[in-house]
Design a protein around this ligand. Structure first.
Ligand SMILES: [Zn+2]
Ligand SMILES: [Zn+2]
Length: 499
């Protein structure tokens, strides 16, 4: 899309190719047009655009209508790519890395046109691609009562009240809650408070699985709002709600949109390793807003921030059912990789598996690499005919996880993809090759946290089979034991639950 300038200095988008037209990137900053409060603006456009910056192609409204809103002060145009001393910046994803930009000979602007490769999955954004924003009045948010009837554990209760405070006062805080602490429920009161104060809320997470799992639970708790899940192909990108649940990727489209952002699983891949996703989250916040970070396994640097009072934080060391976390056992099993290559598995692992299967327990078995999955499956087929494997790129991943939930699969072999975000009520967990680098201390804590999650089956067995203990293995065990100790000291465990 190219522009010409009216005598009144307004931008006019033009579809035809003409020599007098400009790319948005090359235009000087243009003055804001004052809002004409008598203009009968389109609710549809407001819904689609509020708090966002979108490409023309993304908005399902004719160009003439967008331009009419622009001329009355209800929309604005922005460059997508900016150049500063020949260095490019993508204003959608914040990418600044030169190797993540490329140029092509553009049919529209008839010259070499730089585009961003980092966010290309959301539609190509180049020097002649404007972004459109809403500058009209915001949607009025109506309060919505919480319909959830459950009760919170003492640890949950404390965290919940702190979140309410953060929402009221627009503060930042970290909730460090062990796996199975019941993170979702502690958010409810804070969300209710936000809606009561006419605030717009987003729960963001790096993982689509988490979006899919949380959306129905939030909808149930707040039946009067339309909870909108946003992920790769959710098809919801033009919908409006005061309550979104979104992958961090989808936040690239938002700007100054939310009064409250709750970032779940902040230490999970890819968010933790991708600066542009971190940029997306901070860009989506309003200047004056609350930010709640949520995790069971904060990184070392975040743990330090807590210790040095650099951020307000609450720790919930106990699970919602008030039984202690299962403490992993470390079992040395020799060179298992060599054995596996010869079509065998360590005897100690086999004994462990047989014992569980004979008791009709379901098992998650974690292995370091995809290459290990099929090999071990063919060996374990003799032990358990329902054995299956799953990994990140598995097209049947969702079905297999569902089958595990339905107990049609008794033994599921997986990579770290299932280390978090999934809950099976009654499983035992083993890791083979726990010494591998992919099993960081946080990964191992998360894996151990899959066991004993339901109050009907609060105990679970966790075994780390290894060929040499690593720092991560020892650290994971230590942290789990520390949480149990802290929970006991604070009286957060049931008296009969014991150690
Ligand atoms: Zn970009
Ligand atoms: Zn171009």
């Amino acid at each position: 899309m190219l522009f010409c300038i009216s005598p009144q200095n307004e931008l006019i988008p033009v579809l035809a190719a003409r020599p007098d037209l400009h790319r948005i990137t090359d235009l000087p900053l243009h003055p804001n047009i004052p809002l004409d409060t008598h203009f009968p603006y389109s609710k549809k456009l407001q819904t689609s655009l509020e708090g966002k910056k979108l490409l023309f192609e993304e908005i399902n409204v004719p160009l003439e209508e967008i331009q009419a809103h622009y001329l009355k002060g209800y929309c604005d145009y922005h460059p997508g790519i900016m150049k500063n001393n020949s260095k490019s910046i993508c204003l959608r994803c914040g990418n600044k890395r030169p190797d993540f930009f490329a140029s092509f000979s553009c049919a529209r602007c008839k010259r070499a046109c730089t585009y961003c490769r980092n966010c290309i999955m959301m539609g190509r954004i180049s020097e002649c691609t404007p972004l459109v924003s809403w500058t009209g009045p915001p949607t009025v948010i109506t309060p919505c009562p919480l319909e959830w009837q459950g009760t919170l554990s003492p640890g949950q209760q404390y965290a919940s009240s702190k979140i309410v405070e953060a929402v009221e006062q627009n503060c930042e805080m970290l909730v460090w809650a062990v796996c199975g602490a019941g993170k979702t429920e502690i958010l409810f009161k804070g969300i209710e408070k936000a809606l009561e104060l006419h605030k717009r809320v987003c729960i963001a997470t790096p993982r689509t699985d988490v979006v899919l799992e949380l959306a129905p639970r939030l909808q149930q708790a707040f039946p009067a709002v339309n909870v909108i899940p946003l992920y790769g192909d959710s098809g919801n990108k033009l919908k409006y709600s005061p309550l979104f649940i979104s992958t961090t990727h989808q936040l690239f489209r938002f700007e100054q949109a939310f009064d409250v952002i709750i970032l779940d699983e902040m230490d999970a891949f890819p968010y933790s390793a991708d600066e542009t996703l971190q940029h997306a989250v901070s860009k989506a916040r309003k200047q004056n807003s609350a930010m709640v970070y949520l995790t069971a396994t904060p990184s070392k640097s975040w743990q330090k921030k807590c210790q040095n009072n650099k951020i307000a934080y609450v720790k919930i060391p106990a699970r919602y059912h008030r039984y202690p976390l299962p403490v992993p056992r470390f079992v040395w099993c020799g060179n298992w990789e060599k054995l596996l290559n010869r079509g065998k598995l360590p005897e100690r692992l086999l004994v462990w598996l047989k014992e569980r299967l004979s008791k009709d327990k379901q098992i998650l078995l974690f292995l370091p690499k995809i290459a290990h999955l099929e090999k071990s499956k063919s060996i374990l087929k003799k032990l358990e005919s329902s054995v299956e494997t799953v990994h990140a790129a598995d097209p049947h991943r969702v079905e297999k996880v569902q089958k595990m939930r339905n107990k049609q699969i008794k033994l599921l072999i997986t990579t770290t993809i299932l280390e978090r975000g999934v809950t099976f009520p009654n499983i035992d967990v083993a890791v083979l090759g726990a010494e591998n680098d992919v099993f960081t201390d946080s990964a191992l804590i998360q894996i151990a946290g899959r066991a004993g999650r339901s109050d009907k089956n609060p105990y679970g067995d966790v075994a780390f089979f290894h060929h040499g203990k690593t720092w991560s293995i020892v650290e994971a065990g230590k942290q789990i034991e520390n949480s149990n100790k802290e929970a006991a000291q604070k009286g957060m465990l049931l008296p009969e639950a014991g150690e």
